[in-house]
Design a protein around this ligand. Sequence first.
Ligand code: GLU
Length: 290
Amino acid sequence: MRRRSTRWAIATAAVAALTLSACADTGSSTPEPEVVDDAQFEPGTTMAALADAGTITIGTKFDQPLFGLAGPEGVPVGFDVEIGKIIAAELGIAPENIRWVETVSANREPFIQNGEVDIVIATYTINDTRKEVISFAGPYYEAGQDLLVPAGNPDGITGPDDLADKVVCTVTGSTSEVNIREYATADVLTTDTYTNCLEPMRTGAAQALTTDNVILAGLADQNEGEFEVVGNPFTAEPYGIGLALDDTEFRNWINDVLEAAYADGRWVAAWEGTAGAVLETPEPPAVDRY
Ligand code: GLU
């Protein structure tokens, strides 16, 4: 690991000069992690299969600024995307050989179960219900559910207890939907992506949008002057990397990669080049090797 971190530090210095142009092209200023050129894995493991194939298919969000946001060419940028690049690089796979597939909240488990993707990195909360059908490496970040309201907060909403006569928009298949249904609301409006909640907010059909604070911060930043985050998170949302239920070797290996990235600065660089444009840099959470 020490050898790799040294190599990465050299790579960081080497690409630093390119950072500005990379930023203009991709929306990310994170240096590309150095791709391991001699990745060796035990035959029969998922790591060996992916390294041999030279490609990995990763499910992520395509419309969530700061975490996974795709441009017109369909290549997403964001913190989740950078975590995917770090994992791919350790498999010997360069960023351009990653196949990115859009996942929305409701299709993440089926996409993993059907083998449509190798892993999902998509603001994906680790919980026991999901662990019945898939498994999770991580967490690599911990968010908290919050509320987005129109700028100026005209209804004076301070938290989920203020929604008894309000319509709240959220996304099907998310923990946000499950959690908000525990509170009194006039109605919960559901759709398939959080950006689809913005129009009901603009027309007044919904008075609040609820999901993780960092997703809301990205939407507020993208639509400057229109919305604000209440800033009173009421759940814990540890983000994990979803993978096939029984692939314990792959899960352990991804956890090793995350811990190495915490230790050698790649995780911080990934954050600072993406979500860090809007949000403070947190401490990485401890990996949960359940
Ligand atoms: N983190 C929550 C979840 O995994 C909400 C965000 C999302 O839907 O991606 O359900």
